[in-house]
Structures are given as C-alpha cells and as structure tokens.
Design a protein around this ligand. Structure first.
Ligand code: ADP
Ligand code: MG
Length: 237
C-alpha cells in the first residue's frame, strides 16, 4: 500500500535549512494498523503530511497504491487524496457553522453528490458512530469525543483505503481517547489501513505495529513478540 525509499525532507526558511526527515525507509501493507511515535519535533507530522500528499519531499521515492507520488500538481494530488485517503486531526477541523450531518457530508458535496443523497449517506455514517441523534447539532454543542467521531465519519464517507490520523487523541481525556482508538480499530477491522501519529505510549500500544521516529530517522519498529512485551510494560505503568 505504502512504500517509502530513502525519503528526505528539509524545510527552507530564508537562509536556513532544517533537515527534518533523513532517509526514511518504510513499508506499510494494506490493512495494517500502525502508529508513528516519537517526541515533539521528531518529524512525525512531516512524515504523515508526505504520506497524505499534503506536502512533497526532496529526495527518495514514495509509492502509494502502486503509484509513484512525485511532483504532483495540486489538482492531481487532490484527486488522489479524495480517492485514497481520509484525514483525522487532533483539532477535529470541523466547520463550526455547519452541523454534524453537513460536516460529514462535505466530501460528497465536492464529489457533486446531490444534497438528498449525501445527507442520507452522512446519516448512515453518523449512525455507525452512534451519533444519529446529534446530526442537527453544531460542533460547539458536541463533546471532544463526539467531534472526533464526526471527523472520523467524514474521513470514511469517501470510502478511503487509508486513514491518516495526526494525534487523533491529543485533545481528549484518557477514557475518550480509548473510545476513539476503539473506533479506529473497528475501521481497521473492515480492511482499511490506519496510520496514526501519537506521542503517547498507551495509544501506540493499541496499534499492531509501532514505528519509532527519532531526529528524522526510524529508530525502531516494534511488532509481534516485541509489541506484546511493549504492551505489558505500558499496562504495568
Ligand atoms: P512532530 O510532528 O514530530 O512534532 P514536525 O514534523 O511537525 O514534528 O516538525 C519537525 C521539525 O520541523 C520541527 O523542528 C518543526 O519546527 C519543523 N517544521 C515543521 N513544519 C515546518 C514548516 N512548514 N516550516 C519550517 N519548519 C517546519
Ligand atoms: Mg506533529
């Protein structure tokens, strides 16, 4: 599904260049449930933005679903994003003056689906998130966990192959965080590849593979037996 080969990325501001990703090699198969972990500034969001074709990279290769992603113009990038990727953000990114149903339906609006049809489909997704009764409410009337479930419904409505979530539990309390992770696990159980960025050990422990970033390189990949030990350690804390 996702293959990165020696990917480098620097940010240039004025005369300064900051080398953020320093040769990332990574393979994520269809249907995986992966977390990208690392301390603040280690390059997690930069990596996720490249995976989501929200940003480009300087060197190396990125192949997504069999297609090399390089130097795409914004139109082509948008087409691929709409076809393949759903995004979930720490700050939910809901439109404040639209209700839950309208927020969920928004990607279908851009696909020119009729209002009647997109509202019907949005209601199905809200129902799946247990939010049918909240369809007419504005984001400001929802709890953090409800807002994130609306955002997940919006990410799912265009039938993506991959969900990319940047600190999806970063603004939530522990109980709500685990509820949101439970939903992402169910999404993954339906065959969608889920990749989340987090700096919390207990959240990473709920995924099936942990990629540890440090200073722009992959320091460690934790899976299988090691992941079992990691989970036991996290639970003991
Ligand atoms: P993380 O998500 O792991 O906290 P980021 O990928 O957001 O890390 O950032 C990695 C480094 O790159 C940080 O030092 C950050 O300040 C810098 N950075 C991120 N985005 C930009 C940008 N658009 N322009 C310049 N520097 C940036
Ligand atoms: Mg970040």
């Amino acid at each position: 599904m996702i293959v990165l080969n020696n990917v480098h990325k620097s940010y240039v501001t004025g005369n300064n260049s900051l080398h953020v990703l320093k040769g990332i090699d990574l393979e994520i198969g269809a249907g995986e449930f992966v977390s990208i972990m690392g301390s603040s500034g280690s390059g997690k969001s930069t990596l996720l933005n490249i995976l989501g074709i929200l940003d480009d990279y300087d060197q190396g290769d990125y192949v997504l679903n069999g297609r090399t992603i390089r130097n795409l113009n914004e139109t082509n990038a948008a087409v691929l994003r709409n076809e393949l990727i759903g995004f979930v953000f720490q700050s939910f990114n809901l439109i404040s003056f639209k209700n839950a149903r309208e927020n969920v339906a928004l990607p279908l609006y851009y696909q020119k689906v009729s209002r009647r049809k997109r509202n019907l489909i949005a209601m199905e997704y809200l129902d799946r998130m247990g939010l049918k009764e909240w369809a007419d409410h504005l984001p400001s009337e929802l709890s953090g966990g409800q807002k994130q479930r609306v955002a997940i419904a919006r990410a799912l409505i265009s039938n993506p192959k991959v969900i990319l979530a940047d600190e999806p539990t970063g603004a939530l309390d522990t109980t709500t965080s685990f509820e949101v992770m439970e939903i992402l696990k169910e999404v993954n159980d339906q065959g969608i590849t889920v990749i989340i960025v987090t700096h919390e050990h207990d959240i990473a422990a709920m995924t099936k593979k942990i990629i540890r970033l440090k200073d722009g390189v992959i320091e460690e990949v934790i899976k299988n037996g090691e992941l079992k030990m990691y989970r036991e350690k996290v639970m003991a804390e």
